[in-house]
Design a protein around this ligand. Structure first.
Ligand SMILES: [Zn+2]
Length: 428
């Protein structure tokens, strides 16, 4: 019998409307008791005075790169980065090599996760075979193998016909369809947000409309099919308006926003002197979009936060801005970036913050977790709301270092991550 007692923490669990000073007792990997002043002489005791104790954070959008691109990241290193970032579970996107478009790959990812992962790993299957956008992947077989959602992330599903079929098919399993919204004839060859900054820098722009056209298309198809549709890395004010209207109509449309889209504008490309770690897709937007996104998180239109953790090797990013791949790592900076912005700066209630990172992703993707209810698996994130520290990529557990946040001083870092009752990360 393993026993862990987390004492004197501020327990914030939106699933039980808890926000108070309590002790949490974990026995054999499950939450056994939550109460004031628990004593248990056989338990390993952790003093959480001054710390927040929350249901484990879940990142529904990461790229673990295995199989196929292990030089960027593996299931082992990616899940260690997750644990160090305060995440107890991640959903991994299917753009691996081979693509996760059939149950053999889904099973392989889950087997590797069982052997080597520090956090829970939930595979997202491809919508189309080979991400080619032509033929539906083996969705049903993948659900049976353990896929929790479907997406061609990295690529939009251009064919509205195929998207309709995917949505209809998803109803059989009631899993979400996650779309990377980008109209490729509008975004073609763009490398940053279309606007004054791109013009000044002489870089080709990606208009907000390239995303918004596809978000509206998906809202219309969600209405037609009744499917659960989740908009990945939503980045513009107009996309947010589409989601707002979809929700008002009672459609099952949800969305996520990334820490970088909430904290950086397209000015970062100029200010960093074309640092390729400011190149992501969707691109960093202008200030009015960023303000709208923050407002959308604060007013609840945005359901959850997600990193789009996209590791790339140093060599790949050390090229001209035009030629560099899109994407940045995100797992190990997500919590303090969003805490500092939303809770410290914008006074977001802690329970709403925890909901965005834990309760809501668990509900939308129907994952275990997102709660500290007695009897549930002991997946716990402990963070220090006062701890200030500087982002040091040299210390990342991730195999890649592509972050625009190096040297940034942030507040609110994770200090302990517990998965199934086992401490998988301890800051020290
Ligand atoms: Zn992605």
């Amino acid at each position: 019998m393993s026993r862990l007692l987390i004492k004197n923490g501020r327990v914030v669990d939106p699933s039980q409307k808890l926000d108070e000073g309590l002790d949490v007792l974990v026995v054999d990997g499950k939450i056994a008791r939550i109460a004031e002043r628990i004593t248990d002489k056989d338990a390993q005791v952790v003093d959480a005075t001054g710390l927040v104790v929350a249901p484990g954070f879940i990142d529904v959008h990461v790229h673990l790169r295995e199989p196929g691109y292990e030089y960027k990241e593996t299931i082992e290193t990616g899940s260690q980065a997750a644990a160090a970032g305060g995440f107890t579970a991640v959903c991994c996107m299917p753009n691996t090599n081979p693509v996760n478009d059939n149950p053999a790959v889904t099973e392989y990812i889950l087997a590797r996760a069982r052997e080597a992962a520090a956090a829970r790993v939930y595979p997202i299957g491809a919508i189309s075979k080979g991400l080619a956008g032509e033929e539906l992947a083996e969705m049903g077989e993948m659900v049976l193998a353990g896929a929790v959602a479907f997406s061609d992330d990295g690529k939009p599903v251009v064919s509205s016909y195929l998207m309709r079929r995917a949505m209809e098919y998803s109803l059989l399993f009631d899993v979400p369809i996650v779309d990377h919204c980008e109209e490729p004839t509008l975004s073609a060859r763009g490398v940053m947000h279309e606007g004054a900054v791109a013009t000044r820098l002489g870089l080709r722009g990606i208009p907000a409309a390239a995303e918004e056209v596809m978000v509206w298309r998906n809202v219309i198809l969600a209405q037609l099919t009744g499917a659960r549709v989740h908009i990945a890395h939503l980045s513009t004010a107009g996309s947010l308006e589409a989601v707002r209207q979809a929700k008002a109509r009672g459609l099952r449309v949800s969305c996520e926003v990334t820490p970088h889209h909430l904290t950086l504008t397209d000015q970062a490309v100029a200010e960093s002197n074309y640092d390729t770690n400011t190149k992501m897709n969707p691109p960093l937007r202008s200030a009015e979009h960023v303000e709208a996104l923050v407002e959308g998180v604060l007013d609840g239109t945005v359901d959850c936060l997600a990193t789009d953790h996209a590791p790339h090797h140093w060599d790949e990013k050390s090229v001209e801005f035009d030629k560099a791949p899109f994407g940045i790592v995100g797992l190990e900076t997500a919590l303090p970036l969003t805490f500092d912005l939303l809770v410290v700066k914008h006074r977001m209630p802690l329970s709403r913050f925890v909901a965005c990172w834990s309760t809501n992703p668990a509900r939308l993707f129907k994952l275990p977790g997102g709660t500290l209810k007695v009897g549930s698996p002991a997946d716990i994130t402990v963070f220090d709301p006062e701890l200030r520290a500087v982002v040091n990529p040299e210390k990342f557990r991730s195999r890649s270092r592509n972050t625009p946040f190096a040297g940034k001083r942030l507040r609110g870092w994770p200090v302990m991550t517990v998965v199934g009752g086992k401490v998988v990360y301890r800051r020290g």
